[in-house]
Design a protein around this ligand. Structure first.
Ligand code: SF4
Length: 325
């Protein structure tokens, strides 16, 4: 996630936005916490509060990435320096304190000779990024070319898909663009993460979009996975209403997948590999499944959601929703 200096003025809000759990105001990381942040500008060296907020993030192993010039002028201990290939070729990064980790921004459409320098450095990760207004070559093609180069040269740096959206980008366009560019590569196993920057977009929206994309690409489950049928003339209940009810009560179970299917004719066969199934068995009646095995039949509709929750509990997959501090 991209973080601004303003957000550091309210550290607890920032920690919450990053989905770090708070214990007595201190952040703790879990599965749904952002891994790294990028700060285009570091707080001044004498801004003790802002720098302490960053230190606390680094202490929980969150990566803090900042441009090389910032890390050279206002060094933040254990922050990572963001460099491009030109800064690598000039050797400017060698002025950094020894042991500073490097994050290298790469376009993917550079001449192979320019990429050669990657063989001589120990980068922590690469950010693949082509500015929107310079997309002479498709982002996906450039990325594939980069992955090919890395593979041919046995360079196994983690690669993060970094997309910077211009102000005014519609939310739907942002989601579709991220999905068709980064998502198309991630489902092919090309890439390790995503960094969406859009200064005029809500922070939570960007974080949720990023995690949704990772979950959709089967890379990181931060919430319950749902499978449901599209519904048809055979559907035995209001699929949207029941799905919303089930989601409301079970959306905090990362790693659990629940199928909600309208009928038993095709439902059980189309539940993919869901852990639990909620399937219309007869009008007003629900059958519950564990995997592909039916375990409860003919439950009255009004009790079926609670029965599903009990089933999840019986199989040791339930945790209580996190309490607000
Ligand atoms: S599972 Fe049943 S209700 Fe759902 S789309 Fe298939 S046939 Fe229709």
């Amino acid at each position: 996630m991209s973080v601004s200096l303003d957000q550091l003025k309210a550290p607890e809000l920032l920690y919450k936005s990053l989905a770090a759990k708070l214990v007595l105001g201190m952040p703790f990381k879990d599965l749904a916490t952002v891994d790294s942040i990028i700060l285009r500008e570091l707080p001044p060296v004498d801004d003790a509060d802002a720098r302490l907020a960053l230190k606390r993030l680094i202490d929980i192993s969150m990566g803090v990435i900042t441009p090389l010039s910032e890390q050279l002028t206002k060094p933040l201990p254990n922050a990572m320096a963001l460099v491009n290939l030109k800064e690598l070729s000039t050797g400017a990064y060698k002025l950094l304190p020894e042991g500073t980790r490097l994050v290298v921004s790469v376009r993917g459409d550079e001449a192979y000779e320019e990429l050669e320098i990657l063989k001589d450095i120990d980068a922590t990760m690469l950010l693949h990024n082509i500015p929107f207004d310079e997309e002479n070559i498709g982002r996906v093609h450039a990325a594939r070319r980069l992955f090919e180069y890395l593979s041919e040269n046995s360079l196994d740096f983690p690669v993060i898909h970094h997309i910077q959206f211009p102000n005014g980008t519609h939310r739907d366009d942002l989601v579709i663009n991220a999905g068709t560019n980064a998502g198309a590569l991630l489902v092919d196993g090309l890439g390790d993460g995503i960094l969406l920057e859009a200064p005029d977009q809500d922070f939570d929206f960007l974080r949720n979009t990023s995690f949704n994309l990772l979950q959709g690409c089967r890379m990181r489950n931060t919430k319950t996975e749902y499978v449901s049928c599209p519904s048809c003339g055979r559907t035995l209940f209001d699929l949207q209403e029941i799905s919303a009810q089930i989601r409301e009560k079970t959306s905090h179970l990362p790693g659990v997948s629940i199928a909600i299917m309208g009928c038993i004719v095709n439902g059980p066969g189309e539940m993919a590999d869901a852990d639990f199934g909620y399937v219309g068995g007869a009008p007003g009646k629900i059958d519950l499944y564990v995997g592909k095995t039916v375990v409860k039949r003919g439950i009255a509709m009004e009790h079926a959601t609670d029965a599903l929750i009990q089933l999840i509990k019986d199989h040791g997959r339930w945790v209580d929703p996190p309490a607000e501090e």
